[in-house]
Design a binder for this molecule. Structure first.
Ligand SMILES: [Zn+2]
Length: 419
């Protein structure tokens, strides 16, 4: 578009207030009494309605009066384990009856029960369940979702999870970022052969899935109960050899120097970070790695040490937040609930929480040129809200539902997916 105002736009939304989330001071980037136009799926114009170009001809093929509603960038859930089968609510009941997590593990519960459920599900069954959860996210204003594998733990079943993730983007108006979580836990058949499992992942599974176009990024779980720094480094070396970016579940339950490890590999994001110290924060700042905070897991596990938000702010580290939706530690789909938890538990401001679900999340996916703010040239992905202002989106404990959603310039068809 050399001169977007000289051609008719596809759509023009008027009579709205916009939180563009695009401003140098990291504020909401508010434009009151605004208008925004899309052409060929991209934002062609945004500004005050009074400054719309005056022409004798119509500006857009379709004009939509939003009756003073608020418009934000489409939300981005940049850390989910959505492609799972089954659920673990019986285990939740057991834990609250006093059964220890160790006993639950011994009797086949915990993450390995999800591994069994995922392996037992056909690709179409897994896809149906994953699409159903993603449709709920879309109904709540999400336009981009990251989906991790990690419950299959062999080539056949990791592939099935990533194909289910890809199907979400084919069946719903959602952009999907697919992450191979290659080192999540040791599968039972390798319990006595850790090194063999990592060889299998790096030499066979990752290269095969990458060659099928199923891997946008590679992830690992660095923790005393999961994988060590040197084991993760082996996976990250393999990822980088294939030209893939990495991200890391880091310092969630203890300080394993996960943030430093993520920074060493210029990770897109380091996720959780409850136990990250000042040195780790400084490493993230230098590497421009996004701090991805996951307040729902913190809530569900009743953790007591919040991530070092003040140090992250002071160091200028971008702070994103996400649902971490998974059956073991974060059974949640509502972005508004997660934003509220981030404010209440981690003391983020509502502005930081919304930025964490939009602009900063786009950086965590390496998609900042495409999504995350309302600026000319980016994808026309919006969520439309009846609210007092964008701060209200973090206020309700059970979240807010938008009144409309736009994906690549297209309003959600017939309101499908709108709660
Ligand atoms: Zn996770």
């Amino acid at each position: 578009l050399t001169n977007p105002t000289s051609v008719p736009w596809d759509r023009l939304w008027t009579n709205c207030h916009i939180a563009t989330m695009a401003s140098a001071d990291r504020s909401y980037g508010l434009i009151e009494d605004a208008a925004v136009a899309s052409h060929a799926g991209r934002i062609a114009w945004v500004g005050k309605r009074a400054q719309l170009p005056r022409t004798s001809s119509k500006l857009a093929a379709e004009q939509i009066d939003l009756r003073a509603a608020w418009l934000t960038p489409g939300l981005i859930d940049a850390h989910t384990h959505l492609a799972f089968a089954g659920e673990r609510s019986a285990e939740f009941e057991q834990r609250l009856r006093g059964v220890s997590y160790q006993d639950i593990l011994r009797t086949g519960g915990g993450i390995l029960s999800t591994v069994r459920s995922v392996r037992a599900a056909s690709e179409s069954e897994l896809t149906v369940q994953t699409v159903r959860r993603a449709a709920r996210l879309a109904a709540l204003g999400v336009t981009t979702v990251e989906i991790k594998s990690g419950y299959g733990m062999n080539l056949e079943h990791e592939r099935k999870q990533l194909r289910a993730a890809r199907a979400v983007g084919e069946q719903l108006s959602l952009r999907v970022s697919k992450t191979f979580l290659g080192a999540h836990a040791i599968p039972p058949e390798f319990s006595a052969r850790r090194a063999d499992f990592l060889d299998r992942v790096t030499e066979e599974i990752l290269p095969a899935l990458a060659s099928e176009g199923l891997v946008d990024a590679v992830d690992a779980f660095c923790e005393a109960v999961a994988f060590s720094s040197s084991e993760v480094a082996k996976l990250f070396d393999a990822a980088q050899a294939l030209g893939l970016r990495v991200k890391l579940h880091a310092d969630q339950l203890s300080d394993t120097a996960g943030a430093e490890l993520a920074a060493r590999y210029h990770a897109l994001s380091a996720d959780h970070l409850e136990y990250t110290g000042q040195y780790g924060v400084d490493c993230l700042a230098r590497a421009k790695t996004v701090a991805m905070l996951l307040p729902a897991a913190f809530y569900f596990l009743r953790e007591s040490q919040p991530p070092p938000v003040e140090a992250l702010r002071a160091a200028g580290v971008r702070i994103a937040i996400a649902s971490d939706c998974n059956p073991g530690t974060a059974p949640v789909l509502s972005p508004g609930s997660v934003m509220n938890m981030a404010c209440v538990q981690f003391r983020l401001t509502p502005c930081e929480a919304l930025a964490g679900y939009t602009r900063e999340a786009s950086h965590a996916l390496g998609l900042a040129d495409e999504i995350g703010t309302i600026e000319v040239g980016k994808s026309a992905d919006f969520a439309i809200w009846h609210c007092a202002g964008p701060h209200e989106l973090s206020y309700w404990i059970d979240g807010s539902a938008p009144i409309g959603r736009v994906f690549r310039g297209e309003p959600d068809p017939s309101g499908a997916g709108i709660a």
